[in-house]
Design a binder for this molecule. Sequence first.
Ligand code: NAP
Length: 351
Amino acid sequence: MGKVKVGVLGATGSVGQRFIQLLENHEYFEVVALGASDKSAGNLYKDVMKSRWKVSSKIPDYAANMKITRCTPKETPGVDLVFSGLDSDVAGEVETEYAQAGVMVISNSKNHRTDKDVPILSAEVNSEQLKVLEAQKTKGKIITNSNCTIMGVTITLKPLLDAYGIESVFIVSMQAISGAGYPGVPSLDILGNVVPHIGGEEEKVEMEPQKCLGKVSGGKIVPANFKISAHCNRVPVIDGHTVCVSVKLKKKTTVEKIKKLWAEFSGEPQKLKLPSAPLQVIDYREEIDRPQPRLDLMNGNGMTTTVGRLRPDPLFDFKYVVLSHNTIRGAAGAAILNAELVYKKGYLRVK
Ligand code: NAP
């Protein structure tokens, strides 16, 4: 059987270019369409990206000479699946249009994350939520990633929730500039500075982990029952969101037991040996000053969640620090892993 034909919507953005990089020579997927806005459509990818390609490797040959189209099913015929890295101003409608046209949508945007029958899929955490796809009325189905800030946090909370139950979580984020897309935050605002506000971020961070960690009951996702309080900050780091987490658990445990749970944590992607699955899902660093974006960002090719500084918390039970790559594990890499999972589990209809 040939490869699955896929499109990348928002191919010119920060997330889009990660897709282009990570999908080069993919074992299951072949990129046959690149979509972006009217201003990019009609041009060759290499011409539009001349000054916008910000990934360290070269623009892959397969994409360089492809013509960018507008993001409509008519202009991207023959795709079985689209990865969406679209601006949230347009993602909702465009993704619905693709699903109606029978195309599976794997999205990074916030627009469909609150839909009751759309899972916020985190492949190692909640693959059983794929069951709710049956409730979606469209021929193609929509699956979303979580917000990039909570991707790693949710992964670390999953084994704690299963083993001890969670009462509450307190989070302070230090989020990279690339999280705001390109060109993103003006240099005069961020250099030598910290901006203690990211529009709409705290609302997402305080809601999405519970849905992601929820259970399916009666064909619906029932969110996990705990509260999160979040402070989200933009810091002058290029890639990699660092998050300080304090957690109150329902049962008593120890630092050593938690470290063991994290070290052993894995999910379906590892069982199925999916191409993008990290061997180590959570990597605990014993050094007193880790994780750090500059040192740990590319752990597991950017797919491993690096954790450190687990210690007792006088207000909550435990506190620790999480780092994950926002455009890889928090966006394109996680979306590709989700697509690999739905493909291997037979949820993807290939024409
Ligand atoms: P970005 O760099 O601003 O890229 C946005 C993309 O959307 C570009 O390809 C742009 O095309 C396209 N676009 C804008 N308006 C359009 C329209 N009217 N029709 C079709 N395409 C249009 O943003 P980003 O950081 O990659 O983020 C993309 C999405 O992923 C957002 O929803 C964001 O919230 C989410 N996300 C981002 C990150 C991250 O770390 N950056 C992580 C997780 C999730 P043109 O170049 O032609 O304008």
